[in-house]
Design a protein around this ligand. Structure first.
Ligand code: MN
Length: 745
């Protein structure tokens, strides 16, 4: 196991300004945190984060990344918390370690190939910092290197994941070397026989071609020296997985596979690259269709190189890759290579598309931050990695359930969308949300990596207006459906109660069977349809009664006095103007009766099971109230003294009574007019009285302002009449208050 000082020295060698104390602290802290934990191999667990850190020192990464590597498993595997990391190592490292923890907690249930792309997107999106991905890739590399200690099922799963997700991710990030190693490890465990065959064949070829690579290399080098080009030439065998994939793609056998050797020519300048190409093409025969110039047209991951295939000195097909040193480092180490050039050593000529790109920034590791910006937000065409598919992720956000399940949503999605994405039932019951542990409005726009917890309430129905708080079609249609169902249920219930009260007056009890029998005569197919039609005022109760109780209706008039059934046609003035009222089916309000009578419709409140709304002047439990059927709205409740009630004819009034559930107190709207002295602090005193009495102020409006007195209209929410009267008398006691009155307009 690497010693503490060895690790620190490694980092200091490439970054003399690295925070030595920080590295030392992290080493000791992680070692203690993992304590006696062991890996499957029997090694101390700490050897793993340490190796991961070592891999990242090869990539010459900054001290924060190395520290993150050391700490990357502590939150998940030990009692250490994010808060503790923040406190000891600062929020930057806390954030990085947290990113790795989130990746580990991902719901990996679905590992099918079509999920892999999403998963890669997610990794990038939630990492929010490229260093998280670099640590994750190094973590995976070390796990792949030590995979033999795992159970066969785990090996299979981890290898598939590596091939589907992590190797392509490394490729996207331009880290060719890392990708090759990941692929070869995965290949070994997923296709052991093919792996053995390919490696055996390679060994055989190596033997029979003894000295071939060196011979070709020397010939190339000699030719270049002859024309005065200063370049390094190296030859290598292709990797087993790359060979196998080529065989599979082209359906050829290992014997037919000609270009298992690849040669690299590393030059000092772009000009030299093209000179080398010229020499190669004039000296040896070229293989047609194999020439590619990725210098003038770099690959999406910023890879730059010239590729060509020649027929070499021993009539062997030889693949040539010609590139500059910087291009080479970028090809091998991808995004990590930029760290090597962080001091501005990267010259304009190297990345031809973006000259001087790195020079204009100062400070180390700026590239890291900028790359992340580009990966996640970037739209500037000059930006690095501009064309990578990664930027497609911009239209998505990835969030988590508290258990770590991943929910992908379109950008702009809210906790309400999230709730519906988890389950329609959760969406329908959603009343609030916590994002990252904080209570937020349900229409908060979610961000990548947010952990979302939905607060639900039983028997809740999403208000129809919530349709405007969501961006997903799924949520929108579910809200519409739920709102429609709820309204229908309310009308059904209203219809049922209206019919029941009429039955009662005929001395009959309302049963579903009695109504069902009458359905054909009424022209309705289902009981609910008929009830809802009555509730909506589309089906006259008389008709229902005639159909369901023909004998009773024929033989006797309604038994209870004081009610008059009327049938009216006409118009009534409502809040929003004139409504056409085809028919107002009503029970006449019995003035002079203080006690609500049985048979009146019981009103619970706004979220009741009936289509109930309150006249803006308000009504509170304890008030005497009257209902009026408003077409398209249901029943509107008026306080008996409300002047607006007079706009509806007595015959249209419906007998309603309060039926407030004291277990779940609700608030009801009321308005008061307060005339008070026009002096500083008056409003504060008034607000204090209301607040201390537990009233909610919805709105305050100055109605009249004279030099000495101000009249204001206060809209309140109170529990009931006692509560309201308590507030009114409390206000009257104040010296600054001249007059308090309940008002209805
Ligand atoms: Mn790990």
């Amino acid at each position: 196991m690497m010693r503490q000082y060895e690790l620190v020295e490694r980092v200091l060698r490439y970054d003399p300004k690295a925070d030595e104390a920080l590295l030392n602290r992290a080493y000791v802290y992680a070692m203690k945190a993992h304590g006696n934990q062991k890996r499957a191999s029997g090694d101390p667990y700490f050897s793993h984060p340490l190796e991961v850190a070592a891999i990242l020192t090869d990539l010459k990464l900054d001290d924060a990344t190395i520290v993150t590597a050391l700490l990357h498993d502590v939150i998940e595997d030990t009692p250490v918390t994010r808060a503790e990391i923040d406190q000891l190592f600062g929020p930057e490292i806390g954030h990085l370690v947290d990113g790795l923890t989130k990746i580990r907690r991902l719901d990996l249930v679905s590992k099918k190939a079509e999920q892999a792309e999403n998963f890669r997107k997610l990794l990038v999106a939630i990492s929010s910092d490229i260093r998280v991905l670099l640590v994750k890739l190094a973590d995976r590399l070390h796990n792949m290197r030590t995979l033999e200690h795992m159970k066969p099922e785990s090996r299979q799963r981890i290898s598939e994941e590596t091939l589907d997700i992590y190797a392509p991710l490394a490729a996207r990030m331009g880290m060719e070397k890392l990708r090759e190693e990941l692929e070869d490890h995965a290949f070994r465990w997923l296709h052991p026989e093919a792996y053995r065959a390919v490696t055996a064949k390679l060994a055989e070829l190596r033997k029979s071609n003894e000295g071939l690579v060196e011979e070709i290399r020397a010939a190339l080098a000699a030719k270049l020296a002859e024309v005065g080009i200063d370049a390094e030439v190296s030859g290598r065998e292709k990797k087993p997985y790359a060979i196998w994939r080529k065989m599979a793609n082209k359906q050829i056998s290992l014997e037919q596979l000609s270009d298992i050797y690849a040669f690299r020519v590393i030059t000092k300048s772009i000009d030299d690259c093209y000179r080398v190409l010229g020499v190669a093409h004039t000296t040896w025969r070229t293989v047609p269709g194999r020439f590619k110039d990725y210098i003038s047209t770099p690959k999406q991951n910023n890879y730059q190189s010239i590729h060509t295939t020649i027929v070499g000195p021993r009539h062997q097909r030889v693949e040539l890759q010609i590139r500059t040193r910087v291009m080479h480092d970028i090809a091998e180490y991808g995004v990590a290579a930029h760290a090597i050039y962080k001091d501005g050593g990267l010259n304009g000529h190297v990345l031809a598309r973006t000259p001087g790109e790195f020079e204009k920034d100062s400070g180390p590791y700026v590239w890291l931050r900028r790359l992340v910006e580009t990966l996640l937000e970037g739209s500037n065409s000059e930006e690095f990695l501009e064309h990578t598919k990664l930027e497609l992720f911009q239209d998505q956000v990835f969030c988590f359930t508290p258990k770590g399940r991943l929910i992908a949503l379109p950008r702009g999605a809210t906790p309400l969308d999230f709730a519906y994405a988890v389950h329609t039932d959760i969406g329908n019951a959603a009343v609030g949300a916590f994002v990252n542990g904080r209570h937020v409005p349900i229409d908060t726009v979610l961000r990548n990596g947010d952990e979302v917890e939905i607060e639900t309430a039983k028997n809740h129905t999403p208000p129809a207006a919530w349709e405007n708080l969501v961006v997903t079609g799924r949520a929108r249609s579910a809200i519409r459906r739920a709102a429609r169902d709820a309204v229908r249920k309310q009308y059904t219930e209203l219809g049922r109660r209206l019919i029941a009260s009429h039955f009662e007056r005929f001395g009959e009890e309302l049963t579903d069977d009695a109504l069902k029998a009458a359905l054909p005569r009424l022209g309705y197919k289902s009981l609910e349809d008929a009830l809802a039609a009555v509730g909506r005022n589309e089906l006259a109760i008389e008709n229902v009664l005639k159909a369901a109780l023909p004998d009773a209706v024929e033989s006797k008039a309604p038994s209870r006095p004081g009610y008059r059934r009327t049938r009216r046609f006409g118009r009534a003035r409502g809040q929003d103007g004139w409504f056409n009222i085809d028919r107002v089916m009503s029970l006449k309000f019995r003035s002079g009766d203080n006690e609500p009578k049985a048979g009146g419709l019981a009103i619970r409140g706004i979220n009741s099971d009936l289509p109930v709304s309150f006249e803006p002047g308000g009504a509170v439990p304890g008030d005497r109230i009257v209902g009026v059927m408003i077409p398209g709205e249901g029943i509107r409740i008026f306080q008996i003294h409300s002047p607006r009630l007079r706009e509806y004819e007595h015959e249209g009034w419906i007998d309603v009574t309060w039926d407030v559930d004291t277990d779940t107190p609700q608030r009801f709207p009321a308005r008061i007019s307060v005339t008070a002295l026009n002096e500083p602090g008056t409003l504060a005193q008034i607000a204090k009285v209301i607040g201390e009495s537990g009233g909610n102020i919805d709105n305050v409006r100055m109605v009249r302002r004279a030099s000495d007195f101000t009249e204001m209209r206060i809209e309140l929410e109170v529990l009931d009449l006692v509560h309201l009267n308590h507030i009114i008398s409390g206000l009257r006691e104040k010296a600054v208050v001249n007059k308090v009155e309940r008002v209805f307009d």
